[in-house]
Unconditional design. Structure first.
Length: 139
């Protein structure tokens, strides 16, 4: 998979190819050198964010772990479900995120972002469309 990493502090970027969803130690060093390259620099290097060719988000952590995920924004259709509590909404979103081995973060009372691993993205979107939970995909 092709990933374009960028570093806003130095305004640099690099494209690498992650085979099997992982980067080799040599590729990680190449990314670090291209994005900063200064031994005495105190810029905030990690985490390093990038975008794949399919517009998924890629995050490289200092320990070399690479996470690639889509952000799925979901919300409740409040007009159809006027008596749903915020806790019930969070429980439903948490259940969806756990099912796809992802995570979520609330962005308002009835809006949340699920970080869905790339391999589970299509399943999650289809499941939400077919669901009776009242959750709708915003973007």
């Amino acid at each position: 998979m092709e990933i374009n990493f960028s570093h806003g502090f130095h305004n640099t970027n690099i494209t690498v190819y992650a085979k099997g969803g992982e980067l080799t130690p040599r590729q990680i060093k190449k990314v670090e050198k291209k994005l900063c390259g200064m031994a005495d620099c105190s810029c905030p290097m990690y985490p390093i964010y990038g975008i794949t060719a399919n517009e998924a988000t890629a995050v490289l952590k200092k320990d070399g772990e690479l996470s690639v995920y889509y952000e799925v924004w979901v919300e409740y259709d409040i007009e159809n479900l006027p008596f749903i509590t915020n806790a019930a909404f969070c429980a439903d979103v948490d259940g969806c995120a756990e099912t796809v081995q992802g995570s979520y973060s609330p962005r308002g009372d009835y809006l949340a972002v699920i970080k869905c691993p790339v391999g589970n993205y299509e399943w999650l979107v289809n499941a939400l469309q077919d669901s009776e939970l009242g959750l709708t995909v915003v973007k």
